[in-house]
Design a protein around this ligand. Structure first.
Ligand SMILES: C[S@@+](CC[C@H](N)C(=O)[O-])C[C@H]1O[C@@H](n2cnc3c(N)ncnc32)[C@H](O)[C@@H]1O
Length: 418
């Protein structure tokens, strides 16, 4: 038997990753450990991830090429289709030489449709096919977002898939203009610096001493709406890995941070050690947790579809179903009702989701605004990062195209307890 090419194991891992996302509905990052377990080298694991992520960014366009070159469409979950997607993403988007792109995937269909895969790949390349710029969104996502946010947001979302997003940093303290100069970036708001994407975050000035942490500008909004703590108490629900927890602690709040995931809380603990910030940590399910006393403020960053972070996590474009979005909104509503019960009279409640779905954002906030003893507290336009403006009700809804250079899709509403 011919020995397997050195490049094949990384492609096999990419196939397992795509299977985990597209057939099992798992997040790409969550599938990494098991799908790449047999790859010893970090760069092979990184390459498998890069291939899978590129396929997910280009999936509708790759499938259109494949369907245009097959007489009878391959089933959507056929191994031959995914193997072709892997070879084509490399040859047409990642700069892999076509002969290497196909030779390294053919062993994945040994004893199966090897000839078909080879033939379809050859036909597509001979026709000098190219992937469209910018990439297309999956039809169901485009339909949902077009209805919710209009055509300009669709165009901006497509452009955002094509370009790697910049890296936003939140400063623990210190002057944003000074840090922007030191890091070669720009600042969109107090305490914020935006730099070009880099793989060497830990080597940048200020990382080791905890002067800043990576946090998208949109993700920094919920804690910004609570302002300076001046020693008051805040309950940070669904807190890990702690971007908002650290903002609140740095702004002078006495923070109690709750999360149900031990693994994610361990990351929060590391982040606190690096930044020298201190908070009380509680491992608990929000639906079972019972605090001893109410808080001056409560921030709920609820678990959600995460469709707002599609730029860095393109798997959300393919694995999040309408049914899952509806189910999440029920959980979010129940969590928000519990969170409301832990706010002191006159205190503040902030609800946030990194979702581009109205049912998880606007709808949950509107339902909560009725009959729970809270009033929506409108956000003032002048306190916000450039480009972000409150909606007509005074809530924050960040959609693609709103912030120059991009930002995660987000929803934030602030309430005052009556
Ligand atoms: C959107 S992430 C939070 C990000 C975090 N607030 C930050 O700024 O870094 C959602 C978090 O909710 C946690 N979570 C999900 N369901 C939960 C529950 N029922 N109770 C407590 N935490 C939960 C997850 O473990 C996850 O860490």
């Amino acid at each position: 038997m011919k020995p397997e090419s050195a490049g094949t194991p990384a492609r096999r891992a990419a196939l397992r990753l795509l299977d985990a996302v597209l057939r099992q509905g798992l997040p790409l990052e969550a599938a990494m450990a098991s799908a790449t377990a047999d790859l010893e080298r970090a760069d092979d694991r990184g390459f498998a991830h890069a291939i899978a992520a590129e396929v997910l960014r280009r999936l509708p366009d790759l499938d259109a090429l494949i369907d245009g070159a097959t007489a009878k469409p391959l089933p959507h979950d056929a191994k031959a289709r995914t193997v072709l997607r892997i070879a084509l993403a490399q040859a047409l988007a990642l700069g892999t030489a076509p002969h290497a792109a196909i030779a390294t995937v053919l062993p994945l269909v040994d004893g199966g449709p090897r000839k078909l895969v080879h033939g379809v790949f050859g036909t597509i390349l001979r026709n000098e096919a190219a992937l469209p710029v910018p990439p297309s969104l999956p039809a169901n996502v485009a339909k949902r977002w077009r209805k919710a946010w209009g055509e300009p947001a669709i165009d901006a979302a497509r452009a955002a898939i094509a370009a790697p997003p910049p890296l936003d940093l939140t400063l623990r303290d210190g002057d944003a203009a000074e840090w922007a100069e030191r890091l070669g970036g720009t600042s969109l708001a107090p305490g914020h610096v935006r730099i070009a994407r880099t793989s060497g975050v830990a080597e940048l000035p200020g990382f080791a001493e905890g002067a800043w942490w990576v946090q998208d500008i949109s993700a920094s909004l919920p804690a910004r709406l609570l302002g300076a703590g001046e020693g008051r108490t805040v309950l940070d629900l669904c807190a890990a890995p702690g971007g908002k927890t650290m903002q609140l602690a740095a702004a002078g709040w006495a923070v109690t941070a709750v999360d149900s995931s031990e693994t994610r809380l361990a990351r929060l603990t590391e982040n606190l050690a690096r930044t020298g910030l201190s908070v009380d940590l509680v491992t608990a399910d929000v639906m079972a947790f019972e605090p001893a006393a109410p808080f001056d403020a409560v921030l709920l960053d609820a678990p959600c579809s995460a469709t707002g972070i599609f730029r860095r996590h393109p798997d959300v474009l393919h694995r999040v179903t309408d049914k899952a979005i509806k189910a999440l909104s029920v959980t979010q509503g129940a969590m928000l009702t519990r969170a409301g019960g832990w706010v002191k009279p006159g205190g503040t409640l902030v609800y946030a989701v990194c979702s581009l779905e109205r049912v998880e954002g606007e709808r949950v906030a509107e339902d909560f605004a009725v009959g729970h003893g809270f009033a929506l507290e409108a956000v003032e336009a002048e306190a916000l990062p450039a480009g972000i403006v409150p909606d007509e009700a005074g809530r924050l809804r960040v959609v693609p195209g709103m912030v120059a250079g991009g930002a995660d899709g987000f929803f934030v509403a602030r309430f005052r307890r009556l």
